[in-house]
Design a protein around this ligand. Sequence first.
Ligand SMILES: Cc1ncc(COP(=O)(O)O)c(C=O)c1O
Length: 398
Amino acid sequence: MVAIPGPSVVPDRVMKAMHQASPDIYSDEFHTLSASVHSDLKRVVQSENIYLAAYIANGHGAWEAALTNLFSPGDLILVISTGIFAAGWARFADALGIQAEVMEFGFRNDIDTERLAERLEEDKDGQIKAVLTVHVDTASSVRNDIQSLSSILKDSGHPALLLVDCIASLACDPYRMDAWGVDVTIAASQKGLMLPTGMAFVFFSHRAMQAGMGAKLRTPYWDWNRRVNPDEFYQTYCGTAPAQHLFGLREALDMILNEEGLENVLQRHAILAKAVWAAVDQWGREGPLECNIVNREKRSHAVTALRAGAPYGAQLRQWLSTHTGVTLGVGLGAGTPDDPEASGAFRIGHMGHLNAHMMMGTLASMEAGFEAIGCPRGQGAIEAAAAEIKRLEHFRTS
Ligand SMILES: Cc1ncc(COP(=O)(O)O)c(C=O)c1O
């Protein structure tokens, strides 16, 4: 089983839904299916007043789509970094000739909104066109408070757009695009949406659409206007529609929205995450293991980054995949340049199609692994996790 933070486990039901012969992509039936997927994806970001451009791409494609639809060479953007992914987005911007100013908060913290407020205050003539950040950084596993960040922007009266990468968090951590006033949300198919990699989504507000009208970086393939206002269906995906992905998405969205219910999905993620943290707290009592993000309120419900000290992180991952069939995520960005393994970083992905017995199986396998590699640790981890799991009021049956 993969317990990595994406691609996540694809449910059999989704695989079966994808396993269909190619349909007539010019039929009304197929166009209706595509439209239903688009409108349900908007329900997942909790927004009604937005456009959705869907791409046959991974998350990096959606980054580029957002940048090219909004900006021109020389534009200044402020990128707020709390791990590795926002900085990656900034590098894309740089490569496109956009000036990306990175405000760095390190690998173990969330955003300090006061520093943002000060920077916006300095920018009297509104040079900063947009503020970009990630909701959840999949490497550090921090969850940023997007609502507060948006309030800072609004209260400052600064006209910058707010762009948020929700690739790790969508359908895992609560996210409300409309209520929080986000202009652009980036997502992809392979994490909380439970699909294979291959589709990426850019949700954008009317304000963003207007702001991007003069963007000189726009190219025909990434152009979001044509995708949301197609003269004919063909333009919705700028070419042949990804039929099997859309079949899979239809099934996954039924599972999320119409069967389990989004609130229950989010609650399940919260409880499974807390089970992980409860186990780590116990293990960490008498050993090196700790969560990368110390403050629980700032941790994502989709992924937990851990530090076990060298050499335990790498040894544990190796032992688990060899002896138990559980694959944990590699640590990203946590070591030092001289010694990337120093923190013994690794990650547990707990996103998407995951239930209590999968989570408990992962944690119990880790217990066995710590014993096998001789990693010092406290006792009682599995009992502590079970105490959290017991709070689950429903479970996913399929
Ligand atoms: C927060 C975040 N942003 C961006 C990406 C890049 O997405 P992709 O690998 O699909 O291109 C990832 C991938 O893990 C991610 O977790």
